[in-house]
Design a protein around this ligand. Structure first.
Ligand code: MF3
Ligand code: CO
Ligand code: CO
Length: 254
């Protein structure tokens, strides 16, 4: 296992890429409304990233992914492909943004509510957001990656939700996905030790029903097997000398 320690220059460039990714989520908020298609959201993000940010949407053509963002609606867990279906009142949707700026990746996602969303869906979204932040709070030099997974799994399961196991957080930098795999379940003290200068994502996917998933015939879209709702939030995190820095933090989260 070889987890990169980023240089000061890497970190400065990661800060910029991550800020841009966060700004895309802020920008798209006003467009996530009843009747919009996820394809239209993709087009707006694409144009903003390319023309305003002078950056690159990392998903486009990544291992054959056909669009610039991922949009995962309701029982879709992650990697949803934007399409011509309109969002309707009551839908919950994860929008996952990764931009490349000056060769560095910033990766972040959040949940959006469309129109009137049921209390049980809102609760899933909020507990999943809490899972992300409980994971982030574990981050400091000397902590183990298992501490993150344990904190997330404990909170999800004590709320009678389940943690998706097939996808995890990841190291990130000049590469979109690098070591380590950041599991969203596990035991305290397991896994590698965190060191200052490591940068990775935490991106728990939490299901209202059972944890099992399948991938649709499009080869990308992961859905819950039992068709229960799923939520996800993601940040890119730097390990600092004293703890963590959330590189993709948005003003609304301060
Ligand atoms: N942004 C996703 C992640 O958090 C990865 C998307 S890969 C894609 O790791 F090809 F679907 F875009
Ligand atoms: Co990610
Ligand atoms: Co992502």
């Amino acid at each position: 296992m070889n987890i990169a320690i980023k240089t000061a220059e890497d970190i400065e460039k990661m800060r910029i890429a991550c800020r841009l990714a966060a700004e895309v989520l802020d920008m798209i908020d006003a467009h996530v409304n009843v009747g919009v298609t996820t394809e239209e959201l993709d087009q707006i993000c694409h144009d903003y990233i390319v023309n305003e940010q002078h950056a690159i949407p990392a998903p486009l053509n990544y291992r054959g992914f056909p669009k610039s963002i991922c949009t995962s609606v309701n029982h879709q867990i992650c990697h949803g492909i934007p399409g011509n279906k309109q969002l309707k009142s009551g839908d919950i949707v994860n929008i996952d943004i990764t931009v490349i700026k000056d060769g560095y990746h910033g990766d972040t996602s959040k949940m959006f509510c469309v129109g009137d969303v049921s209390p049980h869906a809102r609760r899933l979204i909020e507990i999943t957001r809490q899972c992300l932040f409980l994971g982030i709070e574990q981050v400091r030099p000397g902590a183990h990656f298992g501490d993150i997974g344990h904190a997330i799994q404990k909170h999800a399961e004590s709320n009678r939700y389940s943690v998706v196991r097939e996808f995890c957080g990841h190291g990130i930098g000049k590469k979109f996905h690098e070591e380590p795999h950041v599991m969203h379940y596990g035991k305290r003290g397991e896994g590698a030790e965190m060191k200052p200068g490591m940068i990775f994502t935490i991106e728990p996917m939490i299901n209202l029903g059972k944890r099992h998933m399948k991938v649709l015939p499009d080869g990308w879209t992961a859905v819950t097997k039992d068709r229960s709702l799923s939520a996800q939030w993601e940040h890119t995190i730097l390990v600092t000398e004293i703890g963590y820095d959330i590189l993709t933090l948005r003003p609304e989260e301060l």
